[in-house]
Ligand binder design. Structure first.
Ligand SMILES: Cc1ncc(COP(=O)(O)O)c(C=O)c1O
Length: 460
């Protein structure tokens, strides 16, 4: 099937979005009134009319995350191959729960995950699956780690454990772990917050002190979460040291590389992920730096037997397992019915090749450097330290919230506000689009510097 029309639609949309506004100004009531006035669902409507209307709404009433001047929260621009993939998936609607119902789709996912497993340096026996995103992958990691640490956890639940589990992470780790602690029943207090150094990386001395103290107090230290590219500031925890610590302490070492994991492809960046090959499990999102549409996360675990134990299921209404080396994903992952998530990564990889992907990733890393240097040259103070394309910055007297509101109003760019280490709010800008160019960045830095200076004049 030819996708010429889709190619045309995607190209037109890309250029219209790039030349349009980035940030909407709309109140909830305006949208509710609009929907209420047009859609009471009593009469059928022409599909063309509805799709045109929905597209208008999406154009007017959303932050345009695929805009080259969106410097936001890891929502990428997406390329044609990944859009074609999602279209094919919707049309064929394969069910990947069991191997028998979707042999092609299951094998394409397996093949793609095996490729990335090798890149991470994990053994070929690693069990991997596509997830809805990083949060589900992190949930998988905690579930599997608890299953290994406490053989009685699966049948008897938490009440059968002789000691309360504890998980170690920094305040910079992704907040999904708090929800996961709640959902798995270990409780939010089971998360032990380890101190960070001045670059917001986990402090190994503090980790060791907490683990020993907790053990003395009767807790059961289970897992350390090292983040490879924290959400707020792009910090990479000291993975080799954490791996050694976990090995020595017989603890599970999980690396949350939801965003930063894609750096493993880049000869320039992969050294920063050294130690990830010793992880017991890894979270990596395709829908972040691999530039495919949501939701496409991945979970990798070097202990296939424990994964099988944690997610085991057997019913007569599911197709019988194939004999031989196939896996039914509903028995090795959180999800039951599952969408063909992996096709978008497979198609991108096949079209661009690994070297094309490296170009996409390294271009964004270079644009991160351009952004960092430009803001510093323009008199801003960069307050984070990362090799990844994420820059947090401020200047004396800056009211970040007011500054960002003005930035949005003038449609200069989308950036966000963040507090690092409980400091004052600063501006956070991340390169998330492979279309962002040096001239986009230089224009934005010029405009926002002018804006900050005029704001300062108004307030002084
Ligand atoms: C480090 C990290 N881990 C996990 C997540 C959660 O991923 P998702 O939003 O795909 O569930 C994020 C999201 O930004 C993240 O930055």
């Amino acid at each position: 099937m030819a996708f010429d029309q889709l190619r045309h639609v995607v190209a037109t949309l890309e250029s219209e979005i790039a030349n349009g506004p980035i940030v909407p100004t709309v109140a909830p009531q305006e949208i509710r009134d609009y929907l209420g006035s047009r859609y009471d669902f009593t009469k059928p409507m022409a599909l063309d009319e509805v799709t045109a209307d929905v597209e208008q709404m999406m154009r007017r009433w959303q932050v345009q995350v695929t805009h080259p001047r969106y410097f936001g929260l890891f929502n990428p621009s997406v390329a044609l191959a990944s859009v074609i993939a999602d279209t094919l998936v919707a049309m064929y609607n394969p069910q990947l729960a069991a191997w028998r119902t979707s042999p092609a789709a299951n094998e394409i996912e397996r093949h793609t995950l095996a490729w990335l497993t090798g890149k991470f340096g994990l053994p070929a026996t690693t069990m991997a699956s596509f997830t809805t995103g990083g949060a589900e992958a992190n949930l998988s990691a905690v579930t599997v780690a608890l299953t290994r640490a406490f053989p009685e956890y699966g049948e008897g639940g938490l009440r059968s454990l002789s000691a309360s589990p504890a998980i170690y992470l920094t305040r910079e780790a992704h907040d999904s772990f708090h929800k996961i602690a709640h959902m798995t029943g270990i409780g939010r207090r089971a998360l032990r917050t380890v101190a960070t150094d001045r670059d917001l990386k986990m402090d190994l001395g503090d980790l060791a002190r907490r683990v020993y103290e907790d053990r003395r107090n009767g807790l059961a230290p289970v897992m350390v979460v090292g983040t490879a590219g924290t959400t707020a500031a792009g910090a990479i925890d000291p993975l080799p040291a954490l791996a050694r610590f976990c090995w020595f302490e017989k603890m599970w070492f999980h690396v949350d590389a939801a965003w930063g994991g894609a750096a493993i492809l880049s000869p320039r960046l992969r050294g920063h992920l050294a130690g990830i090959d010793d992880a017991d499990s890894i979270t990596c999102d395709a829908h972040k730096w691999f530039s495919v549409p949501m939701g496409a996360g991945m979970f990798f675990c070097r202990h296939p037997d424990v994964v099988g134990e944690a997610f085991r299921a057997q019913t007569s209404y599911m197709p019988e397992k194939m004999a031989g080396p196939t896996v039914d994903p509903y028995t090795t992952s959180v999800q039951w019915s599952r969408r063909f998530i992996g096709l978008k990564l497979f198609l991108m990889l096949a079209q661009y090749g690994e070297s094309g992907y490296v170009d996409l990733i390294e271009h964004q890393a270079r644009m991160g450097d351009v952004l960092r240097e430009s803001v510093e040259r323009a008199g801003w103070r960069v307050v984070n330290n990362t090799p990844l394309p994420l820059v947090c910055f401020t200047r004396d007297g800056l009211a970040a919230g007011k500054f960002l509101a003005d930035l949005y109003e003038r449609q200069i760019a989308w950036m966000s506000e963040v507090r690092l280490d409980d400091g004052a709010p600063v501006v956070r800008a991340c390169i998330t689009s492979f279309r962002t160019s040096q001239s986009d960045i230089e224009w934005v830095v010029r405009e926002m510097t002018g804006l900050a200076s005029s704001n300062a004049e108004v307030t002084t």
